[in-house]
Design a protein around this ligand. Sequence first.
Ligand SMILES: [Zn+2]
Length: 419
Amino acid sequence: MIASIRSCLYLVVLLVIVFLTSPSESYECFDPKNPFEPSNLKECSSESDAYSKLFYGSQFRNWNHNNTNATDSNAFELSFVCDPTMSAQTCQKAQNSFVTAGALLSKIFKFPQKITVAAEFADLCKTLGGCDSTGTIIGAAGPSRFFSMTGEDGAIRLYPQALTKLANPTGPVPFDTHDIIASFNSKLAPHFFFPGDKNIQPDQIDFVSVIAHEFLHGLGFLSSWSPALLPTSDVVIPFVIPNGSQVRIRETNFDQFVIKTADGKKLTDYTAALSKAIDGQTITSDAALVASIKKVATDISLTTTTDYVTPKAIGFLPRGKTNIKDAVLLETSLKPYSIGSTGSHVDDATYARSQDWLMTYVDTPGKTYQQMDKDSGAAPDAIVGPGTKAIMESIGFPTADNPNPFVPTIVNESPVLNN
Ligand SMILES: [Zn+2]
């Protein structure tokens, strides 16, 4: 009797321990290495947080940063670290730009919760290099963490943390410290036009536009389709995520709406076929993985490697639309495929002078966002055009016109892979 009570107690203790430990282990989440490599994903862990993905991680961690809280008119809550070699005035201007960009986006999107951003204005020439005649890195922002969630079609896709929070999942979801990580180059300060500066110069780019653009990437304006296995393969496929000796093929929720404009075929169907064939296979070498993917690509007649270097071949068909003509064309004119530009922007040739100018991959020097809006016939301070708005609504952000977007369900157990 005593023994059985004791074993009962053990069982209770065991159950409590299992209950306490299993939920955090059973959510699928993935971390990019840094804002510049959103496709370089690994399984999330407590060792990896927003700070560890930024150059000034230790300053953030030591609370050596400035905070700007969210307000009724600005959903973005900013933690900001500035290059110590910059003047206090320049740092303040840079910080103000983040706040202005957040306020502009908060006018269009009715964020029901705050969006937390860890942002640094850092010497990227020193840390990343590449500041020479061939070009200079301006900066980037991206989701700090992705979570696997199930959409209305039952497919599991990667959602940025900001959208995962909007789904209000219950349980101890391992959210990162911030929704968005952002890193911008302080060495370009003379070439940035900040709010309050007078007369933008021909060699200056509008910093608020740059940040608003990058914030949208951080909120999920991001495709997974790229030549993921370079240099061994240039086959354009969704994210390939290591999973022990196996891999997972996963697309972002943005990709649910991506189509081939020639025939309207949804790329998500290719993802499903790739995932079915590859997920759960034991991969013995990179060469074996490449061979496997190439075989599946041939079997399913995957044409994306060509589509992504053919102008206007790929589009985003907003939720509820069925006519291919309603697709927002994505950038596929660059040859070869340009990582970071191709696929995750609207087509520059079509939209650079339209109200959807913000999400082309090219910055327009010498123009403020107010001038870009005015020149394209948009309302003052619109900053986001109708195509861009439709994309953000489709992936799950509410607006006044579309207040109740679809809410996905978080995946809280490992899916069965290939039985
Ligand atoms: Zn971009």
